[in-house]
Design a protein around this ligand. Structure first.
Ligand code: GP9
Ligand code: MN
Length: 638
C-alpha cells in the first residue's frame, strides 16, 4: 500500500501547478506579441483547452514515466515558445509546421537565429528544474496515482473539454475573419487574436488534416502527367508568335498592384482621371482588356504564385503556406539561370503569406521586405507605396549596371479598407463628393494615390534609362470592392452590376505589358487570366515555362494577332470559367453571355469544356502535390 502523501507532493497538485505554469508562460509570450493582445475569457479557455489536451494523455502513462514525460513536455513547449520568439525577432513571424526544415534549406541562418537569443528568454525555462524536483519528490513518496477506469475517464473528459474550448475559440475567430484559420496568412496576427497555443493547434490541425486527406497518385498517373506537361511544352515551342523573344536580354520589372481592378483604368471621376499614369502606361503597352483574377484562398499570394509559376492556386489554404518546400519552374528560376539578378520587393513583414519561405522556391535570390527597407512612412499594413517605390528605384539604380535583372514589386497601400488617413491629400487628391466616406470612394482615393506612386516610379525608370531597357508588366492582384457595395459601385459606373454575370465581369483586373519604346502597343481582347502572365512574359523574353498551366497570350490570340479568341478558356479555382464571352458555371449547369447577361444554352460542348476545366485544375493540384517540377527533368529550354 502506498504511503499517505503530503498535500503538495501528489499528482493532482503537480498537474495543477504544471497547467498554471505552462499557461502563464504562453500568456507572457502572447502579451509580448503586441499591446493589442487582450485576454478575453474565450482566449483564456482556448489556451487552457489546448494545454489540457496535450497534458491529459500523460495521465494514462505508467507511473514511473509520468513525471519525466511531463517534464519533457514542459521543455518541448518552452522550446516552442523560444522558437516563436526567435522567429519573431528574425522575420516578424511565428514558427509553422509547414516550414519545418525550410530554414536549413534556405541557407545558413541558424547562426543568425541563435545570435538572437536574449538573457530574458531564460524565463521560459526557469520552472523546469523546480518541477523536476517536485516530480522526483512525488515519485519518492509514491504520489503518482495508479491507473484506473476513473482516472482514464477523467483524462478523457479533460481532453474533450479542452478540445471543445480550443475549437470554440478557433470557430469564433474564423467567423470573425473567414478563412484565417485555414490560411494563417499573418501568423502573428492570428496569435494576437487567439493566443499562440490555439494558433499552433490550428497549424498542427491544418498539417495533419492535409496528411490524412492527401491524395495518392499511381505511378501511371504520374507518368501521364509528366507526358502531358512535356507535350504541352513541345506544343508551346511550336506555336510561337511574332513577338517571341522581342524583349530577350531586357530587364523584367513586374508590378503587382494591390486591389487594382480594371474598371478604374480610363475612368474619370469628378473631372479627375483616377489612374492617369496607368492609363498612359496602358496606351504604350499591350493592354489585355479582358483579364480575370483567378485567385483563391491565398489572395495576393495566389496572384504572385500564378504570375510567376503559372500554376493554379491550391483548392484549400494557400500554396504559399503549404508548398514553400517545393521546387518550381518560374520566371525567377528561368531568368536566374540566364544570369539575371532576381529580387522581390514588398513593404510588409517578410512572413506575411509565408513569402520569406516561398520566394526562394519561386526563384528570387533576394527578398527586400519591410525588414530590409529603411524605415519610412508607414500606411496601413506597411511601408507606403511612395517610400516603397522610392527605395526600390534606388536599389535598381544600384544594380542596373551589374547585368540584367528581374524586379518583382508588390504594392501595398491600396489595401482594403482603403481609408488610411495618411494619403498625401494636398498633393494628390480626388474630389469624391457624395462618395466621400464610402468604400468605393475610399478605393478611388487609394488607387489614385497608388497610381501617382507608380507614375513617379515610371518617371524614375525613364530618367535612369531603364524604361526602354526593360519589359514592364503591371497587373492587379484581386478585386477591391466587396459585393455589399455593388449598388454604390454600379451608380458610380452608371451600370447595373447587380446580376452575378455583371459582377463577374466587373471584377476583372488589368494586365498590361510594356515593351521597350512602347513597341507592339495595342489592346488585346483575348480572355486572359493571371495564370497567363508568366508564359506570355517568358515568350516575350524568348523562353518558355515548361510547366505553365496558362497560355502565351501573344501566340496568336486576340485582336492584336487577329486570331479567334473563342477557344481560349480562363479557368477559376471553383471550376467555373470564361470562354470567349461566356461565363460557365458547371456546378449550376449554367452558361451566361457576359455582354448581354443572357443565359446561353448548355450543350454537350459546354459539358466537355467543363470537364476540361476540372481536369486542368486537378492536374495543377497533382503537379504541386507531387512536387513534379523537382521530379521531372524536362529539356524545357529548347
Ligand atoms: C500583405 C499584402 C496584402 O502583405 O500583400 O495581402 P492580401 O490581404 O491582399 O492578400
Ligand atoms: Mn492583395
Amino acid at each position: 500500500m502506498a504511503r499517505p502523501t503530503s498535500v503538495f507532493r501528489n499528482e493532482p497538485f503537480f498537474t495543477a501547478i504544471f497547467l498554471v505554469v505552462m499557461w502563464l508562460k504562453f500568456y507572457f509570450f502572447d502579451s509580448s506579441l503586441s499591446p493589442r493582445f487582450s485576454l478575453t475569457f474565450l482566449t483564456f479557455a482556448g489556451g487552457a483547452g489546448v494545454l489540457s489536451c496535450v497534458v491529459a494523455p500523460a495521465a494514462l502513462l505508467p507511473r514511473p514515466l509520468r513525471g519525466p514525460c511531463l517534464i519533457a513536455l514542459d521543455a518541448a513547449l518552452s522550446l516552442l515558445i523560444l522558437t516563436d520568439a526567435l522567429y519573431l525577432r528574425y522575420s516578424a513571424d511565428l514558427f509553422s509546421l509547414y516550414n519545418l526544415g525550410l530554414y536549413a534549406q534556405a541557407g545558413d541562418v541558424s547562426d543568425a537565429i541563435i545570435a538572437l537569443i536574449e538573457p530574458q528568454d531564460a524565463k521560459y525555462f526557469v520552472d523546469i528544474p523546480f518541477l523536476a524536483l517536485l516530480s522526483r519528490a512525488i515519485s519518492r513518496e509514491g504520489g503518482w496515482r495508479w491507473l484506473s477506469i476513473k482516472r482514464a475517464s477523467a483524462a478523457l473528459v479533460l481532453a474533450t473539454l479542452g478540445a471543445s474550448c480550443a475549437a470554440w475559440k478557433m470557430h469564433s475567430y474564423d467567423r470573425a475573419v473567414p478563412g484565417a484559420i485555414r490560411s494563417l496568412w499573418d501568423r502573428p496576427a492570428v496569435a494576437i487574436s487567439v493566443g499562440s497555443l490555439v494558433y499552433h493547434a490550428a497549424d498542427a490541425m491544418n498539417v495533419a488534416g492535409e496528411r490524412i486527406a492527401k491524395k495518392h497518385y499511381s505511378k501511371e498517373e504520374e507518368d501521364e502527367l509528366a507526358g502531358w506537361i512535356e507535350s504541352r511544352a513541345a506544343q508551346r515551342a511550336g506555336s510561337r508568335g511574332a513577338t517571341f523573344g522581342v524583349a530577350a536580354g531586357k530587364n523584367l520589372i513586374m508590378i503587382q498592384v494591390e486591389s487594382l481592378q480594371a474598371f478604374v483604368v480610363g475612368l474619370a471621376f469628378g473631372g479627375t482621371e483616377v489612374t492617369p499614369n496607368i492609363n498612359r502606361f496602358a496606351r504604350n503597352g499591350i493592354h489585355f482588356t479582358r483579364a480575370f483574377n483567378q485567385t483563391a484562398g491565398g489572395n495576393s499570394s495566389d496572384a504572385e504564385f500564378m504570375s510567376n509559376a503559372s500554376l493554379f492556386p491550391t483548392a484549400k489554404g494557400a500554396a504559399f503556406a503549404r508548398f514553400a518546400g517545393n521546387a518550381f519552374i518560374t520566371l525567377g528560376t528561368e531568368l536566374a539561370s540566364r544570369g539575371y539578378e532576381t529580387t522581390a520587393f514588398h513593404g510588409d513583414k517578410p512572413g506575411f503569406w509565408n513569402r520569406n519561405h516561398m520566394y526562394p522556391a519561386l526563384g528570387f535570390e533576394r527578398f527586400i521586405s519591410k525588414n530590409e527597407f529603411a524605415p519610412g512612412e508607414g500606411i496601413g499594413l506597411g511601408l507606403s507605396d511612395r517610400d516603397f517605390f522610392r527605395q526600390s528605384l534606388e536599389y535598381l539604380e544600384d544594380i542596373k549596371d551589374d547585368g540584367p535583372f528581374y524586379a518583382f514589386l508588390i504594392t501595398l497601400t491600396s489595401h482594403h479598407p482603403f481609408n488610411f488617413g495618411a494619403f498625401e491629400r494636398q498633393a494628390i487628391d480626388i474630389q469624391l463628393g457624395e462618395l466621400e466616406g464610402t468604400v468605393p470612394g475610399n478605393y478611388l482615393r487609394a488607387i489614385h494615390y497608388a497610381d501617382a506612386q507608380i507614375g513617379n516610379f515610371l518617371n524614375g525608370l525613364e530618367r535612369d534609362e531603364l524604361l526602354d531597357n526593360s519589359l514592364i508588366v503591371i497587373y492587379g492582384d484581386h478585386p477591391a470592392i466587396p459585393r455589399g457595395d455593388a449598388d454604390r459601385l454600379g451608380a458610380l459606373l452608371g451600370r447595373d452590376i447587380s446580376s452575378a454575370a455583371a459582377w463577374r465581369d466587373i471584377q476583372s483586373i488589368p494586365i498590361i505589358m510594356r515593351l521597350p519604346r512602347g513597341e507592339y502597343a495595342g489592346k488585346s481582347d483575348a480572355p486572359a487570366g493571371q495564370i497567363d502572365i508568366a508564359p506570355t512574359v517568358a515568350s516575350l523574353m524568348g523562353f518558355t515555362i515548361a510547366s505553365a498551366f496558362g497560355e502565351d497570350l501573344l501566340a496568336g490570340l486576340g485582336e492584336l494577332s487577329g486570331r479567334e479568341t473563342s477557344e481560349k478558356m480562363t479557368v477559376f479555382r471553383n471550376g467555373s470559367f470564361v470562354k470567349g464571352y461566356e461565363w460557365v458555371q458547371p456546378g449550376d449547369r449554367r452558361a451566361v453571355d457576359l455582354r448581354t447577361n443572357k443565359t446561353a444554352s448548355w450543350s454537350e460542348k459546354t459539358a466537355s469544356d467543363a470537364r476540361q476545366a476540372a481536369e486542368l485544375l486537378a492536374k495543377s493540384d497533382m503537379f504541386i502535390e507531387l512536387d513534379m517540377a523537382r521530379k521531372i527533368r524536362l529539356d524545357y529550354r529548347r
